[in-house]
Design a protein around this ligand. Structure first.
Ligand SMILES: [Zn+2]
Ligand SMILES: [Zn+2]
Length: 545
C-alpha cells in the first residue's frame, strides 16, 4: 500500500489510523517513525507539515498500543547549492567560496554558531517544540562518522550492476555516481567525481577528480573513503538510513511519490538490494502552500514558522492539518484564514464534547480523531469556554483594544460567563493576545476597521435617506437578548419586510459606522458596539440630509 487512499477504509477512518494499523500489521508493536530535514535555511512551514504529519502517526501508533520512536534525521551534510536570498546582500561575498561545500563545513555568517548548519538547527528545533513536535534528532554527519553507512557503500559497489539496472528501471536513467566525497585539496563536496575505486581489505580506496566545471580545484587525488567527509547520493542515503534505523513508517512530500521518484527507488532497494520482504511504509503528504506558493527555506520565502504560535493556538493549526486529507495540498492565507482555522477547531471541540450534532458518522470519526491528535496538553474534563476568533477580532476593534471593555462586552453578550474559571480565562487571554498580534501584523486591510464617532456627511449621503430611516427603525426593533448572527438574520428579515435588498442595510451600516464599503458581519458589529451606540450614531447621521 503505497498510496494510502487505495485503502478502502480511508474514507471512514482518519489517515493516521489507517497508516498506523497498516504499519502494525507489517511490523508489529515495535515502530520507528522517521522524518528528515536539511538545515540549509530557516525551518519553514513545508518542513513543518512533514514533522507534524509524522507526529500524528507516532501518536496514533501509541494509541493503538505500539511502542513508537520518532526520529528526525537532520541532513547537515547537504551541500550549499545557492546563497539564500536573506543572506545575499550582507553575506553573499563571505559565503560565495563555500558554494558546493557541505553545510556542516560552511561557516555561520552571523558568527553565533559553529557552522552554517548549526545556525539553522538551533532555530528549527525550538520551532518544532512549540508545536509539540518532539522527535529525537540525529545528525547525518554523526551517522557517517560512526560508520553506519560503511557497509552500504561496499554493498552498492559490490552490487553496482544491479544498481545500474534498478536505477534505469525505476527512473529511466542509469545512476553511475553513488557518492559525494569531499576533495582533500579544496574541501569542495559537490565537485569531486569518483573515477576509480578498489577494495583494500575492509576499506575502499577511491580516486577522485575535482571537476573545475563544478567549482572544483581540478586536482586528482587518491584517498580512502572516510578520510574526508562523504555521503551517499540522496536516494541511496535515504534507503540505507531507513534500513539501519529500522524505519517502519516515513512520510515525505508527494513530489517524492511520483512514478520513478525516490519512494519507488527506495522501496526497490529494500526489496532487490537489501533483500527484504517487509518494506517500510513510505507515505506521502500534500503540501502546505502559502497564498498559493510552495515554500523553500533556502530562498527564505514565506512566513516563518515562528510566527504561527503568535497568531494561533498551536493545537488549532495542528487540527487544521490533521483534519485535511493527507495527500491534498492545503493553502493558508495568513492575512485571511486565521479566524476560520480557529473556529473550525472550536466546532470540532464542540463535537468532541458532544455539543454539536453531525449527520455523518464517518465525518464525526475523522473530526474527533483529528481533534484528539491535535491536543498538546491533557484534555480538560469539560468543554473549555471559547470566544470565536473572528468575533473577538471585531469586538477588539470596536473597543479600540481596551481589554477590560472587551471582557465586559463579552460578558454582557453571554459569550463569557460572569463566573469564568481561571482555566477558561487563561484560554481567553491566550487567544486575545494572538488575535491582537494577528490584527497588528497580518490581517488583511479589509478586516481592519475603526468606528467613526461622528459620521461624515460625505459618507452618509451615499446612503438614501429612506434606507437609513428604515434601518434605524429596524435596529430599534431588534429584540433584547439577540446576538451575532441572530441580529444579522433579524435585519435581513426587516429589510425583506419593507421590500429592500438586505445588502442595502448592511452597506449603509458600513458606510455610516465604519466610513467604508464593507466590514465584518453586521450582527457581530452591532452586538459588539451595542444597540444604543449604533442608534446614537445613526440618529446623528440623519442631520446630514
Ligand atoms: Zn548562528
Ligand atoms: Zn578540489
Amino acid at each position: 500500500m503505497n498510496h494510502i487512499e487505495e485503502n478502502e477504509e480511508y474514507a471512514f477512518k482518519h489517515w493516521a489510523t489507517v497508516i498506523s494499523e497498516e504499519a502494525i500489521k507489517r511490523f508489529g508493536n515495535e515502530q520507528v517513525v522517521a522524518t528528515g530535514w536539511a538545515p540549509s535555511g530557516y525551518y519553514h512551514v513545508g518542513n513543518f507539515k512533514e514533522a507534524v504529519t509524522c507526529r500524528a502517526i507516532q501518536r496514533e501508533l501509541i494509541n493503538l498500543g505500539a511502542d513508537s520512536q520518532y526520529i528526525l534525521n537532520i541532513d547537515d551534510v547537504d551541500t550549499l547549492d545557492k546563497i539564500p536570498a536573506f543572506f545575499k546582500k550582507d553575506y553573499g561575498k563571505m559565503l560565495h567560496p563555500y558554494l558546493g561545500h557541505a553545510i556542516n563545513k560552511v561557516l555561520d555568517p552571523l558568527g553565533c554558531h559553529d557552522s552554517y548548519a548549526d545556525h539553522f538547527i538551533a532555530d528549527g528545533l525550538p520551532r518544532m517544540n512549540e508545536f509539540d513536535v518532539n522527535p529525537e534528532p540525529i545528525h547525518s554527519s554523526k551517522l557517517y562518522l560512526e560508520g553506519k553507512y560503511d557497509k552500504y557503500a561496499k554493498l552498492f559497489l559490490e552490487k553496482k550492476e544491479e544498481m545500474f539496472e534498478l536505477t534505469e528501471r525505476i527512473t529511466g536513467s542509469r545512476m553511475e555516481d553513488f557518492f559525494l566525497i569531499q576533495c582533500p585539496e579544496c574541501q569542495n563536496f559537490a565537485a569531486p567525481k569518483m573515477i576509480d575505486y578498489e577494495f583494500v581489505k575492509n576499506k575502499i580506496r577511491v580516486k577522485l577528480l575535482c571537476r573545475r566545471e563544478n567549482r572544483g580545484c581540478g586536482k586528482e587525488s587518491t584517498i580512502f573513503l572516510g578520510d574526508t567527509q562523504w555521503k551517499l547520493k540522496w536516494r541511496l542515503d535515504w534507503a540505507a538510513r531507513q534500513d539501519f534505523l529500522g524505519v517502519t513508517v516515513e512520510s515525505s512530500g508527494k513530489d517524492h511519490g511520483v512514478a520513478g521518484g525516490s519512494i519507488d527507488s527506495s522501496l526497490a532497494m529494500h526489496k532487490d538490494i537489501f533483500n527484504k520482504d517487509k518494506l517500510p511504509l513510505l507515505v506521502q503528504h500534500g503540501f502546505l502552500t502559502f497564498g498559493g506558493k510552495k515554500l523553500s527555506g533556502s530562498t527564505g520565502s514565506g512566513m516563518p514558522v515562528s510566527e504561527f504560535p503568535k497568531i494561533l493556538e498551536p493545537q488549532t493549526f495542528l487540527y487544521k492539518i490533521y483534519r485535511h486529507n493527507l495527500r491534498t495540498d492545503f493553502d493558508f492565507k495568513a492575512d485571511y484564514d486565521v479566524p476560520s482555522v480557529a473556529s473550525e477547531y472550536d466546532r470540532a471541540e464542540e463535537l468532541f464534547y458532544g455539543e454539536e450534532e453531525i449527520e455523518h458518522l464517518k465525518t464525526r470519526e475523522k473530526t474527533v480523531k483529528a481533534y484528539e491528535l491535535a491536543q498538546i496538553d491533557e484534555k480538560p474534563i469539560k468543554k473549555p469556554v471559547r470566544v470565536d476568533y473572528g468575533h473577538l477580532v471585531t469586538v477588539m476593534q470596536v473597543c479600540m483594544f481596551d481589554k477590560e471593555q472587551v471582557v465586559q462586552k463579552l460578558i454582557k453578550g453571554n459569550i463569557l460567563p460572569k463566573d469564568i474559571s481561571k482555566y477558561d480565562m487563561d484560554l481567553f487571554n491566550e487567544r486575545y493576545e494572538k488575535a491582537k498580534y494577528w490584527i497588528e501584523n497580518f490581517a488583511n486591510e479589509n478586516l481592519k476597521f475603526k468606528i467613526v464617532d461622528d459620521p461624515r456627511c460625505d459618507d452618509v449621503k451615499k446612503v438614501e435617506k429612506k434606507i437609513l430611516e428604515q434601518l434605524l427603525s429596524a435596529i430599534k426593533e431588534i429584540p433584547e437578548g439577540y446576538h451575532g448572527d441572530d441580529i444579522t438574520q433579524d435585519l435581513y428579515n426587516s429589510a425583506k419586510a419593507v421590500d429592500f435588498k438586505p445588502t442595502l442595510f448592511f452597506k449603509a451600516i458600513y458606510r455610516i459606522i465604519l466610513g467604508r464599503k464593507s466590514g465584518p458581519r453586521a450582527g457581530t458589529l452591532i452586538d459588539a458596539l451595542g444597540k444604543d451606540e449604533i442608534i446614537r450614531i445613526l440618529e446623528k447621521a440623519l442631520d446630514c440630509y
